[in-house]
Design a protein around this ligand. Structure first.
Ligand code: PMV
Length: 336
């Protein structure tokens, strides 16, 4: 029997993907840029079945035992397996079936891009279990076939752009490796539970916001500034842009039809604490994905000070320490 175990990282976007022309194929309206993380990862084993059984999906909650995956989770994984068979030219009655087991190192579906790490890991593990070695561009397209656009960026390490302007179906590419700029991401967990509205639904509603067109118009200049700030390792230039982009995403979400409120009162409390840190001369900047939790980006030298300040806020349940990371890797052992 052939199997492979892969761990793939989550990522945090500096210019975020929000709004899809085609959600099934994850075709965005505009490019996005992210930093691949190191510690927030999904570990996935894929086994090619050698019996007559169908696809099977197992999930272990953070720190828990493997169990049959809940229906909604299994539905998305099974959909991705079908898409992968299609992309890999394996459709048909005798196409391979898989047993899949996965575990996250962090709370899933709480705005920490568990879909990015999960589907990147699944795409890589399926390809390897079938004895294939796709290059990063092919892997990016295989990961995106899940319908998760951020997964297209998680197959590469460091700083990654998913271009999408000329050709909305283009794969992600690396702007710089992680070693170029070892930025820190401190993730303040305020609500570890699953979010009420999926990002897939958010992508559908985004164009209904009157602010969507304004964000779309601002993105091209923003992308250029972010690329330059990454090249120059210039957090004073990057920070205000990534903070603004996150706030604009949430403004679009809050004004879409019907509105989506991912923030909690505690989210605003963390944002205020980060602004206070800046008034004290510490370069720390906030960003949020489709959830209430806040990612605080800073340099390594400020990590302890920023973490202490966040930990002192009463609604902060836990802080995950993450940093720029290298992308997916094959792992020894197996979850199955
Ligand atoms: O990859 P999706 O479809 O779950 O969308 C991700 C959306 C954000 O995380 C909010 C932004 C991004 O670019 O990662």
């Amino acid at each position: 029997m052939s199997r492979a175990t892969v761990s793939a990282p989550s990522n945090i976007a500096f210019v975020k993907y929000w709004g899809a022309r085609d959600r099934q194929r994850a075709l965005p309206y505009h490019p996005s840029i992210s930093m691949t993380l190191e510690t927030c990862r999904s570990l996935t084993t894929v086994e090619v079945r050698d019996d007559a059984g169908g696809d099977e999906v197992w999930l272990a909650a953070e720190g828990g035992e493997l169990a049959p995956a809940p229906a909604e989770f299994a539905r998305r994984v099974l959909g991705h397996l079908d898409a992968l068979r299609q992309e890999l030219g394996l459709a048909g009655a005798d196409a391979p079936r898989f047993r899949v087991a996965t575990r996250n190192s962090f709370p899933a579906a709480a705005g920490l891009a568990s879909s990015a790490s999960g589907f990147a890991a699944l795409a890589c593990a399926v390809a390897r279990a079938l004895g294939r070695s796709p290059d990063p561009a092919e892997l990016s397209l295989l990961a995106r076939a899940s319908g998760s656009g951020s997964a297209a960026r998680s197959v590469l390490g460091g700083f990654v752009e998913w271009p999408a302007d000329g050709d909305p179906a283009a794969p992600a590419t690396q702007l710089a490796p992680a070693a170029h700029w070892p930025l820190v991401d401190l993730i303040a967990i305020l609500d570890p539970g699953p979010k009420a509205v999926s990002s897939l639904e958010g992508h559908r509603r985004a164009p209904t916001s009157p602010h969507f067109a304004a964000r779309l118009a601002a993105v091209p200049e923003r992308l250029g500034e972010v690329r330059q700030a990454i090249r120059d390792r210039d957090l004073a230039a990057l920070g205000p842009i990534l903070e603004r982009d996150a706030i604009e995403l949430h403004a679009v979400a809050m004004t879409s039809e019907p509105p989506i409120f991912y923030w909690l009162p505690a989210t605003l409390q963390v944002l205020a604490a980060v602004r206070e840190l800046r008034r004290e001369g510490i370069a720390a900047f906030s960003t949020m994905d489709a959830g209430a939790n806040v990612h605080v980006i800073c340099e390594r030298g400020d990590e302890a000070t920023v973490a202490d300040r966040l930990a002192a806020l009463s609604p902060v349940r836990r802080i995950l320490h993450d940093r720029a990371g290298d992308g997916p890797r094959l792992e020894e052992g197996s979850l199955l």
